[in-house]
Write a protein that binds this ligand. Structure first.
Ligand code: ATP
Ligand code: MG
Length: 199
């Protein structure tokens, strides 16, 4: 064994002790709230990745897509045959395209009303609220009513909220918050969004 091998073995042993201790420490068993925010690419795809995980184990999943209504997206269609998945699409397109606050508020309300029963259903393992941060930012949905629904949901249910600029109270409530950093993005170099990659 070289010196480097020996050092590596020692470091890994130490690492294992730390990880094992952390695993032993985690005793609580319950659903979690995950926020995926920030300006970089990867928020919605991350949420769908977790949807795939849940469906893979035969769990029930409910997804509500706020905003992205009129856009195609491949991931939604790939799971469409799965009886365990329910998807609601708000359906008004991007708000800077509709430019109609009243219409957006109504559409958001409808989507939220369809989502609420899922947030009360203990049979649903995972609820995804895609792009919901904008609903709170524009005031279509109050932070308090979202927090109330999250607090009162079944104990084993997990929820993922995505979108830029997640509200600080939502972040404070969440168990896991990931901020995707926009180190660089092809779009800023004039490269068009790609089918099967960006939607
Ligand atoms: P994705 O759906 O690819 O995971 P996202 O959910 O993190 O992206 P959104 O803000 O919802 O990001 O972006 C919607 C669209 O804009 C997607 O097509 C995405 O690829 C693209 N996009 C994401 N981040 C950026 C960025 N920093 N600059 C330009 N376009 C972006
Ligand atoms: Mg997104």
């Amino acid at each position: 064994m070289t010196d480097r091998d020996t050092r590596h073995k020692k470091a890994m042993q130490k690492r294992k002790e730390v990880v094992d201790a952390k695993v032993a420490e985690a005793q609580e068993e319950r659903g979690i709230t995950i926020v995926i925010t920030g300006n970089g690419k990867g928020k919605t795809t991350s949420a769908w990745g977790t949807v795939a995980r849940s469906l893979g184990y035969g769990y029930k999943v409910a997804v509500t897509q706020f905003i992205k209504g009129t856009w195609d997206c491949g991931e939604r269609d790939v799971f469409a045959q799965d009886q365990n998945l329910t998807v609601h699409v708000m359906g008004t397109g991007f708000t800077w395209e509709t430019q109609d606050r009243e219409l957006d508020t109504r559409a958001c309300r409808e989507a939220w009303d369809k989502t609420l029963p899922h947030l009360k259903d203990p049979d649903i393992h995972l609820v995804v609220l895609d792009e919901i941060t904008y609903m709170m930012k524009y005031g279509y949905l109050s932070v308090d009513e979202v927090l109330e629904a999250l607090r009162n949901r079944p104990v084993n249910q997990s929820v993922i909220l995505t979108g830029r600029g997640a509200n600080k109270d939502i972040q404070a409530y969440a168990d896991t918050v990931s901020e995707v950093k926009d180190t660089k993005h092809a779009f800023n170099d004039g490269i068009k969004a790609r089918k099967g990659i960006d939607w």
